[in-house]
Structures are given as structure tokens and as C-alpha cells.
Design a binder for this molecule. Structure first.
Ligand code: UD1
Length: 312
């Protein structure tokens, strides 16, 4: 039995990781500042270190005795980083550096870092392969690239094992629709279930590679323990993409509604197309996405229905 520290364990992806680790019989500790994560996402009995990981001493307290650090804590929003580059740099870069130093000093076996497809920027080459030169076009993409480069440097300079995963568009139960910066699927489901019109930025032809959260959890856990992958950056996605308009159509079907979208101007910093090549994840991690977009949307809509009381 190993001790896993899940930073951001009260958040969307982090809480799914905590749940799976507990099922596997591992020991789990969560570090979270509860800026967006919910206490109700953390199962009872799990130890919690509350605080800002970028503040002195918090990361050191969180990593004591940990074998693995799954660093999920972040402000994972492209538009929010455009609106607030300094605040998001604090949470996405300063906190990551503190976690890496603390993990190095505590002798942690491996750190898994949450990178992003936003690191690739808006180059027209598709699908995105890890050996393509990153050219981020937003503070968020740059912050994730810096985090990833810090990870690789800590591996080569200090011998701390790190693996960076570049998640594409993750969706599933517990993704909060409560902020204008929330993920598109959570916003669209929340609108449709209220009979409101989802807002499509631009003409809806932009594409994304949507990956279900339990598949991401599989990728993270494989990255934590697979031998010989320290220092690598690896895409975690499905390898397929759909347009935002196709997504609206699929959700209308699953939710059983004909509410039509409203169109708004394109969002600043949005990349047009995003689709991953997942050959590296398959080869190095044995990663294989198991949940189709349709099944994932069905489960996510079902979760939103039970989480949102009728009439709310
Ligand atoms: C998302 C993630 C980011 C991750 C990245 C990897 C979220 C909140 N952000 O960014 O953490 O690193 O994927 O690719 O999960 N859209 C609408 N209407 C809306 C909201 C969004 O049309 O109400 C469109 C956007 O313009 C965009 C697409 O949907 O084209 C996806 O947007 P969003 O869910 O915010 O994700 P990304 O910006 O791709």
C-alpha cells in the first residue's frame, strides 16, 4: 500500500482519482485550497491539508511520507488566464514549483503533472504529437508548458521522477458548471437541463478531443507507476475530435431536448482545432480510452440530473 498525495483532490479530476485510489486500497491524502473544489467531493476519513500550495511550507506539509504526488491542483481555464495572467500564474506555476521542491526534498518516488493540450497553441498541424514544438497562445498554455519544463528539469537536474500528461478536453460527473470559465460540456448540459439556450462562441465549427474523466484517471495512475517513463510528456485524449456544434446535437439527443444554441462572438485565445495523437500513451503507458463520447455524455447528463433538484 502506497501513500498518494492528490493535490486538487476536492476538484473535478482529482476527486475521481481519490475515489479510484481508495477502491484500490491505497492510502490517500488531499491538498486543496477549496477555491473551486468542494469538501463534499472528498470521501470521509481522507486526510486533508488545506492551504495555498504556492505559500511557503504548505507543499512541504502536504508531501510528508508520500510515495506519489498527483499534482492536479490548478486553475484550469484558458479564458480566466487571459483575464488574470498574474493570479493564474500563482496557482499554475508558483504552486507547481513549490510542489516539485517539496517532493524532491521529501524523496517522493514520482510526481505526475497535469499539463494541457493548450501547450500546443494554434498551429494548424493535426493530430498533435508530443514532439511538435509547443507554441502556446494564452497565459494558461504557457503556464502549463512552464510547469512541464520544470518537471523535466527536476528529473534531469535532481533525479526526481516526473511525468507530464497533456490532457485534452476532460469531461464527466462533478465538473462544475458554476463559473463562466467552466468546461463547455458542463455549461451546455446545465443550460439544456434548465431549458435554456447554450451559448456557442463563434460559429461552432471549432473542434475538441473530449476525453471522459475515468479514462484520464486510468492514464494518471499508469503514469504514476509505469517504469521507464520519467521525464516524458504524454497526451491523454481519445485521438478523435468533434465540433462544438456536433457536441450540441449529441447533447440535445442525450438530454431529450430541442433547445437551440445562441451564437456569440469567438472567445479570445481560443484555438480552432484540437485533436491528439495518442500513440505515445498507448506505447509507453498501455493507455486505451474505454468510454465513447456518447456513453460519457449519457453518464454525465444522468449525473447532472440527480445533482440538480427539479426546478432548481
Ligand atoms: C479546456 C480545459 C483546459 C484544458 C484544455 C485542453 C476547461 C474549463 N478547460 O480548455 O483546462 O487544459 O481544454 O484542451 O475544462 N465554448 C462555447 N460555449 C461555452 C463554453 C465554451 O462555445 O459556453 C467553446 C469554446 O469557445 C471552445 C470550446 O467550447 O472552443 C471548449 O471550451 P472550454 O470547455 O472552455 O475548453 P478549452 O478552452 O478547450
Amino acid at each position: 500500500m502506497a501513500l498518494y498525495l492528490v493535490t486538487g483532490g476536492a476538484g473535478f479530476i482529482g476527486s475521481h482519482l481519490v475515489e479510484r485510489l481508495l477502491i484500490r486500497g491505497e492510502s490517500v491524502r488531499v491538498a486543496d485550497n477549496f477555491s473551486s473544489g468542494l469538501r463534499s467531493n472528498i470521501p470521509g476519513g481522507v486526510e486533508v491539508v488545506e492551504g495555498d500550495l504556492a505559500a511557503p511550507g504548505v507543499a512541504a506539509r502536504a508531501v510528508v511520507g508520500a510515495d506519489y504526488v498527483l499534482h492536479m491542483a490548478a486553475v484550469p481555464s484558458v479564458p480566466r488566464s487571459v483575464a488574470d495572467p498574474i493570479g493564474t500564474n500563482h496557482d499554475n506555476v508558483d504552486a507547481t514549483l513549490q510542489v516539485l521542491v517539496a517532493a524532491r526534498d521529501a524523496g517522493v518516488r514520482r510526481v505526475v503533472f497535469s499539463g494541457s493540450s493548450a501547450e500546443y497553441g494554434d498551429s494548424p498541424d493535426l493530430p498533435k504529437r508530443e514532439d511538435m514544438p509547443p507554441t502556446p497562445v494564452t497565459p494558461y498554455g504557457l503556464q502549463k508548458l512552464i510547469g512541464e519544463q520544470y518537471c523535466r528539469m527536476f528529473t534531469s537536474l535532481y533525479g526526481l521522477e516526473t511525468v507530464s500528461l497533456r490532457y485534452f478536453n476532460v469531461f464527466g460527473p462533478r465538473q462544475s458548471p458554476d463559473s463562466p470559465y467552466s468546461g463547455v460540456i458542463s455549461l451546455f448540459i446545465s443550460a439544456l437541463l434548465r431549458g435554456q439556450s447554450p451559448t456557442v462562441f463563434g460559429n461552432g465549427s471549432q473542434t475538441r478531443d473530449f476525453v471522459y474523466v475515468t479514462d484520464v484517471v486510468n492514464g494518471v495512475l499508469r503514469a504514476a507507476t509505469t517504469l521507464g517513463v520519467a521525464g516524458e510528456s504524454i497526451n491523454i485524449a481519445t485521438g478523435r475530435s468533434v465540433s462544438v456544434l456536433q457536441l450540441v446535437r449529441a447533447l440535445q439527443q442525450v438530454a431529450g431536448t430541442i433547445v437551440e444554441p445562441t451564437f456569440a462572438p469567438p472567445r479570445g485565445g481560443d484555438v480552432l482545432h484540437s485533436q491528439a495523437d495518442i500513440t505515445k500513451a498507448r506505447t509507453l503507458l498501455g493507455f486505451e480510452p474505454a468510454v465513447s463520447l456518447e456513453d460519457g455524455l449519457r453518464d454525465t447528463v444522468a449525473w447532472f440530473k440527480q445533482a440538480t433538484p427539479v426546478g432548481a
